[in-house]
Design a protein around this ligand. Structure first.
Ligand SMILES: Nc1nc2c(c(=O)[nH]1)N[C@H]1C(S)=C(S)[C@@H](COP(=O)(O)OP(=O)(O)OC[C@H]3O[C@@H](n4cnc5c(=O)[nH]c(N)nc54)[C@H](O)[C@@H]3O)O[C@H]1N2
Ligand SMILES: Nc1nc2c(c(=O)[nH]1)N[C@H]1C(S)=C(S)[C@@H](COP(=O)(O)OP(=O)(O)OC[C@H]3O[C@@H](n4cnc5c(=O)[nH]c(N)nc54)[C@H](O)[C@@H]3O)O[C@H]1N2
Ligand SMILES: [Mo]
Length: 811
């Protein structure tokens, strides 16, 4: 989230699109109700189904799964065509005026630089024109045909209201109503907030869905302001922490990236991470990259990371390709990965194409699960259901189950959607033989280290030299680990302007990442967390609810990264002169001497407005990007692509199937189904009564939602002779499931390009373990396809067929 949960109460318009917050985030959703009750805010829902969120909305618009970019593109076109943008904001704080290279272009659904054999782009033309001074060229009048504003106008012109209706099946008048409601928020005193989650990410162009809305929010002047922003409603309680700490295969903590094979030494690695400002006077915060990186290396290897060995650069793995989870399972399925540690993950249920996952797990020599529950994954060799199964007798995989504690039994921090690190304490002791994950990992590490010390090995250094400074090496404490994430001084850190002044004495915890050094005198495992555990104690354990100005920030409750800033890009809440856009919703403003207000400002409190430093300090140009400069793998602007399995061709680029840069392997392309055999669009989602696959182990939840079902419209039920509550078989090109049919008015057929499209809704909480009745998961059916940028699987739009059957799943 750019803002906080409570800040939702400050908004005028809540748009829930690509999520179902009332169902999946019921506690946070109370702030939407607050906004409605206290400010008269309106709630708009755009979803293929009339959801629990829609049931309390002011306006609901249906949409075909996987077509949000056409809808959002339609809104962008509407805002530009009707001149409903916040001009001053767009000019000052975005790259609308930046000139793009003349060789950049867009033709028949592809941007320049596409290479079909690589299924990817050379993105070099998606860039600014640079002047001789090295700065990006701009045209303040926004008239140059190569400026981002004009290119954007051209790119989105195709998404007329008629086109939106043709692609999305959203009736034109309903689309126009939503566009009009959003456009009202282009005035400086009206704001809109966007709440989204997996309805947007789980597509082969998921990241571009989010960019589409971010562009709208920038055009409306809604980023960095109270009641505005982009709210990624995160999933598991600590999934924000997962990405922060670099658990993605291409990241290291704090959103630094893993070196690639080509970057042979630190010099090569740093040469593309210079982040020279692209406009005069910009801060370009990533210029501190080396400080964060060296401090990370010091936290990993302590004294063994030194200037002579490039701070142990060689000990980091180097990527040849991205090792996302799809690729990992593909490697397993092809016999190229033969051991697997599966910690807190139940992929047999939750990863796409169960047939492929089963095949993958069957090829392993060993599988270790670390989980408080006995998961389906740990019993993958039992064949339940109809899919491309492997015979149990042919499986050689040895399975080890290591019982762990769960969140209620351990101490530590969870990072929530608001980027708050909140400390929590154990309620009970883990039962039986269950151990804390940290203890298990420490045990494994110490044994590995002993083996390397005794037997040598190809590269023992990174393991034997790992810094391991815990009082009990066998069981590090949460406090020790948290302090390490924050970081400390390894030598006295002095003031650069006055070396006699000691800012942090040797051995003391750091207060902020601004104190980090690239000379080895500091360490911090995750630079964005610096400040969470200081000499004044554990900031994450703070529980002070005070909220100055009733701003919805509660700055002394827990601790937010970065530097306890509650709203990102908050400098943009004031105009170029530092005056709040909306005096009734002040956030950060220029007092005449410094930046004051309710939040920690984006940059140095004494940087004067006339210095024109942009609020988007992580970009070397200081402004936000309407045109994403080379960062996205699948295009600088979002554009509509059909899901890989779709009932219709792409009307904008008929020859293109799916996002041309999406993650898909050859075998999985072959496994895709076509609309002649699978005419219905399926989508999958969650229910409040269950949490994924865990709560089916609990009687109370099992009683609330005992049995697997699918949801279909009354029209489809009639067409297929399916009774309310009757049994159905639903199948895709990859598998088949049996379920009870819920026939509902909440799903309606959509008219897409002149023909009706039916949607089959498939909730996802059942399996063959636990207290609920035995059931199946949509992932027996889903395709093994992922987003182009972050490889999130396309769970939300695929093709199925359905028929009534006489009996359901026993056996
Ligand atoms: N009770 C409960 N709460 C949970 C969870 C749980 O299992 N149980 N899981 C947690 C986790 S890990 C996550 S990630 C979050 C997920 O939170 P959400 O993303 O909100 O949950 P979903 O139910 O997966 O999907 C949300 C909605 O997306 C809609 N949708 C499907 N396809 C499309 C599309 O193409 N466009 C649009 N606009 N909408 C579409 C679906 O109809 C559904 O209503 O929930 C978290 N909260
Ligand atoms: N078709 C379809 N598939 C989906 C989705 C969808 O919308 N549609 N949603 C996707 C999303 S957003 C998500 S997040 C995934 C979820 O996928 P998973 O993460 O595989 O699902 P969970 O059931 O939450 O599994 C987490 C496991 O962690 C265990 N656990 C809990 N606490 C601890 C602990 O402290 N330590 C350890 N070691 N284990 C612990 C739980 O018992 C559980 O078995 O599913 C994805 N799959
Ligand atoms: Mo999730």
């Amino acid at each position: 989230m750019t803002n906080t949960w409570q800040d939702i109460k400050n908004t005028d318009l809540v748009v829930v699109m690509g999520g179902n917050a009332a169902e999946a985030h019921p506690c946070g959703f109370k702030w939407v109700i607050e906004a409605k009750a206290n400010r008269g805010a309106k709630l708009v829902v755009v979803d293929p189904r009339y959801t629990r969120t829609a049931s309390v909305s002011d306006f609901y618009c249906p949409i075909r799964p996987g077509t949000d970019i056409a809808f959002l593109g339609g809104v962008i076109n509407y805002l530009l065509a009707n001149d409903k943008i916040q001009h001053e904001y767009v000019k000052a704080f975005t790259n609308a005026s930046y000139l793009i290279k003349p060789e950049f272009g867009w033709n028949e659904g592809l941007f320049t630089g596409y290479d079909e054999t690589k299924r990817g782009y050379d993105t070099s033309s998606w860039d600014y024109q640079l002047g001789e001074d090295g700065f990006a060229k701009i045209d303040d009048t926004l008239q140059d045909p190569q400026c981002v504003y004009q290119l954007m106008k051209k790119h989105f012109a195709v998404y007329t209201p008629e086109m939106v209706e043709r692609i999305c099946g959203s009736p034109k008048d309903k689309f126009l109503k939503v566009a009009e409601m959003m456009s009202e928020c282009s005035t400086p005193t009206k704001t809109m907030t966007s709440l989204y989650a997996l309805g947007w990410t789980q597509h082969s162009k998921g990241a571009q869905n989010i960019r589409g809305m971010a562009m709208i929010q920038l055009l409306l002047g809604n980023i960095g302001v109270r009641g505005g922003g982009m709210q990624a409603l995160r999933g598991h309680s600590n999934i924000q922490g997962l990405t922060d700490l670099g658990l993605m295969s291409n990241l290291i903590p704090g959103y630094l990236n893993m070196p690639t094979d080509k970057e042979k030494d630190l010099g090569a690695y740093m040469s593309t991470r210079g982040f020279k400002p692209l406009r005069p006077g910009q801060t370009s915060y990533w210029q501190n990259y080396k400080k964060f990186f060296v401090s990370f290396q010091k936290s990993m290897w302590g004294d063994a990371a030194k200037v002579e060995n490039d701070w142990a650069y060689d000990w980091l793995p180097k990527l040849d390709v991205t090792y996302d989870v799809l690729r990992a399972f593909d490697l397993m399925a092809n016999g190229k990965m033969n051991g697997y540690f599966c910690q807190g993950f139940n992929p047999l249920m939750t990863f796409p194409d169960r047939g492929k996952i089963t095949k993958a797990l069957s090829k392993l020599k060993f599988l270790v699960t670390m989980d408080p529950l006995e998961t389906e994954t740990s019993r993958f060799w039992e064949n339940h259901g109809e899919y491309n199964e492997v015979k149990s007798a042919d499986i050689q995989t040895e399975v080890f189950q290591l019982p762990t504690s769960c969140f209620a039994e351990d101490e530590g921090s969870l990072v929530n959607s608001s980027r708050w690190l909140q400390w929590h304490w154990p309620a009970v002791k883990p039962p039986g033989e269950a151990k804390l994950d940290t203890e298990i990992m420490a045990q494994i590490y110490l044994r590995l280290k002993a083996m390397y010390q005794e037997e040598g090995g190809k590269l023992p250094d990174p393991i034997v030299n790992l810094r391991w400074p815990y009082a009990n090496p066998e069981d590090p404490t949460p406090e020790e680990l948290a302090k390490e994430m924050n970081g400390a001084a390894l030598a006295d850190v002095t003031d650069p302007t006055d070396p006699t002044k000691i800012l942090v004495a040797k051995g003391k915890q750091l207060d902020t990442f601004a104190q980090l050094k690239d000379d080895g005198s500091t360490f911090s495992f995750c630079w964005i967390y610096a400040g969470c555990f200081t000499e004044s104690g554990n900031q994450m354990a703070r529980r002070d609810v005070s909220d100055p100005g009733d701003a919805g920030l509660a700055p002394k409750w827990a601790w937010a990264w970065p530097v306890n800033r509650r709203i990102l890009y908050n400098r943009a809440s004031s105009d170029v002169n530092g005056k709040p856009w909306d005096p009734s919703r002040k956030l950060v403003y220029w007092t005449g001497e410094k930046w004051g207000g309710f939040d920690v400002p984006d940059y140095g409190p004494t940087i004067r407005p006339e210095q024109s430093v942009g609020p988007f300090i992580m970009n070397p140009e200081g402004v936000a990007r309407l045109f994403s400069r080379g960062m996205m793998r699948d295009g600088p602007f979002p554009s509509h692509y059909e899901p890989f399995e779709s009932p219709v061709a792409n009307v904008i680029a008929p020859k293109i199937r799916g996002n041309p840069a999406a993650r898909i392997f050859k075998d999985d392309l072959v496994a895709l189904g076509t609309p002649d055999k699978y005419p219905y669009v399926a989508t999958s989602y969650r229910l409040t009564e269950h949490f994924h696959q865990w709560t089916k182990h609990v009687w109370v939840n099992a009683v609330l939602q005992p049995e697997f079902f699918v949801e279909i419209s009354e029209q489809l039920a009639k067409e297929k002779g399916i009774d309310k509550g009757g049994w159905v078989r639903v199948w895709s090109n990859r598998g088949s499931v049996k379920a009870k049919a819920v026939v509902t008015k909440r799903i309606k057929p959509l008219m897409v390009d002149g023909k009706p499209v039916h949607v089959v809704g498939i909730p996802q909480h059942w399996g063959f373990m636990g207290k609920t009745k035995k059931g199946f998961h949509p992932n027996s059916l889903t395709p093994f396809v992922g987003d182009a940028n972050i490889e999130t699987p396309e769970y939300k739009a695929f093709l199925v067929n359905i028929e009534a059957i006489a009996s359901g799943p026993v056996a």
